[in-house]
Design a protein around this ligand. Structure first.
Ligand SMILES: Cc1cc2nc3c(=O)[nH]c(=O)nc-3n(C[C@H](O)[C@H](O)[C@H](O)COP(=O)(O)OP(=O)(O)OC[C@H]3O[C@@H](n4cnc5c(N)ncnc54)[C@H](O)[C@@H]3O)c2cc1C
Length: 412
């Protein structure tokens, strides 16, 4: 790989001085712990990935990355999306899978944060304080977030008007506010390495929205039935989790029945724009790789960067990076200021970042020509990593429906 991280420092979006210093810190951390193992983890065995990724995610406590979303008075940075997006962009530039695993910790913690806003801080004291303490001690808890089920992927991201989603994970009320949890969740990032998972479930399959709730399930209470063999993001372990009649005490129930959907929606409102930033990191890496290669590759008697067709490809890549960067950081600033955060803006940022990643990775391979198709250059990995961003966190189609219907609803 040729890139040097120049576009992580020379940004289109005018970050303030404090943010630039923060970005430098994250870049140095990623250069030290992520860059050296990225290619190795792309081809490593399942056992190596589980061990190494858990170790690297925990190493982020050196810069207290995982506590970014924890409120300041509980020992965190109190930034729900903007600082997280900055971190994910930079880490993804070096390895998108590690960025996904770090983002998945925040995704798992976000329902706890939201529950705390709604319950006057009880959930924060119960979960976020110990989490921040574990991070400070250098052994942070690893969290995951589980909504997707075999019968409900998009149906857990958005309800089609008039449809009745089929959910298989059921929580039967038990005792004084607790539950017995049975079911399964698929495609869960960090599932195989998680200490805690926030799980969404319904009390009554016939009345899913009216009875949906969310709870914290601990390691040992769920079985990891599958660790998926994926096309990209190979450094981020993804698992199928099975819950067999697990007893959940009421202290671990995050919200009353019927409010689970609201908690899921607000979680996704916060998380989608930072996921777009994972795409931005790949889009920047693709651009920088293409520029460096085009400057040194001679064809037709001159460096290929001097051919108009290559220059126009690079122009398109620059446009996508600039648009994604402005969109993602303007949106994450907005998300920090409003509660509940506007899901439509977050969806736009996710889609723009995801598409920038895929298109730029394709163009980078084309600029490299035949050698770009070979694994040794690493640019083909960028495309394999990029594709996921159009699929998870709600497919791009579902996100487009979300922001289009939102605007149509206001205009019509
Ligand atoms: C590697 C990976 C990591 C993931 N991590 C997590 C995680 O940590 N936690 C978690 O809960 N989930 C996770 N997911 C799940 C992810 O969010 C879902 O895969 C995604 O929401 C799509 O659901 P699906 O795969 O069931 O596809 P489907 O919902 O079956 O969609 C299939 C196709 O149909 C389209 N489609 C579906 N419904 C509609 C509709 N109503 N209108 C128009 N088009 C529609 C979709 O856009 C898509 O093109 C992960 C997935 C992957 C692959």
């Amino acid at each position: 790989m040729l890139a040097k991280g120049i576009l992580l420092e020379e940004t289109f979006y005018p970050h303030d001085h404090e943010t630039r210093l923060f970005r430098k810190t994250v870049k140095e951390w990623a250069e030290k712990y992520v860059a050296p193992v990225s290619q190795m983890l792309d081809r490593a065995s399942e056992e190596t990935v589980l061990e190494e990724t858990r170790r690297i995610v925990k190493k982020s406590s050196e810069i207290r990355l995982l506590s970014l979303i924890v409120p300041e008075d509980l020992g965190g940075a109190g930034s729900l999306t903007y600082m997280g997006a900055n971190s994910l962009e930079i880490i993804s530039y070096y390895d998108a899978g590690i960025a996904t695993s770090i983002g998945a910790v925040w995704l798992g913690l976000l329902p706890v944060f939201i529950a705390g806003v709604l319950d006057g801080g009880v959930s924060w004291q119960r979960w976020l304080s110990p989490f921040a303490a574990s991070d400070e001690q250098g052994d942070p808890q690893i969290w995951a977030f589980a909504i997707t089920e075999p019968t409900a992927g998009s149906d857990y991201e958005r309800i089609e008007p008039g449809s009745k989603p089929e959910y298989v994970t059921v929580a039967k009320p038990e005792g004084d506010g607790g539950y017995r949890l049975t079911g399964r969740k698929i495609f869960i990032s960090n599932g195989p390495i998680a200490d805690y998972v926030t799980v969404f479930a319904v009390e009554d399959k016939e009345r899913p929205l009216e009875t949906m709730t969310c709870m914290v399930v601990e390691k040992g209470e769920f079985k990891v039935e599958t660790v998926y063999d994926k096309m990209g993001h190979r450094s981020s372990p993804t698992g199928e989790l099975v819950f067999e009649d697990v007893s959940i005490p009421k202290e671990r129930v995050l919200c009353p029945p019927g409010t689970g959907w609201e908690v899921a929606e607000i979680t996704l409102s916060y998380s989608r724009a930072p996921v777009g930033a994972i795409g931005l990191g790949i889009a920047k890496r693709s651009l920088e790789e293409a520029i460096f290669y085009a400057k040194t590759r001679l064809q037709g008697g001159k460096p290929i960067v001097e051919h108009q067709t290559i220059k126009m490809k690079i122009a398109g890549m620059i446009e996508r990076v600039a648009v994604a960067e402005h969109t993602i950081y303007n949106v994450t600033r907005i998300l920090e200021e409003k509660f509940p955060p506007p899901i439509e803006d977050s969806s736009i940022a996710k889609v723009v970042g995801a598409d920038a990643a895929v298109h730029n990775a394709i163009e980078a391979i084309q600029v490299f020509g035949g050698i770009g198709y070979m694994r040794e250059t690493g640019v083909e990995k960028l495309l394999r990593d990029a594709k996921l961003i159009q699929i998870y966190e709600g497919t791009n189609e579902i996100n487009r429906l979300t922001f289009t219907e939102g605007l149509l609803g206001r205009l019509l």
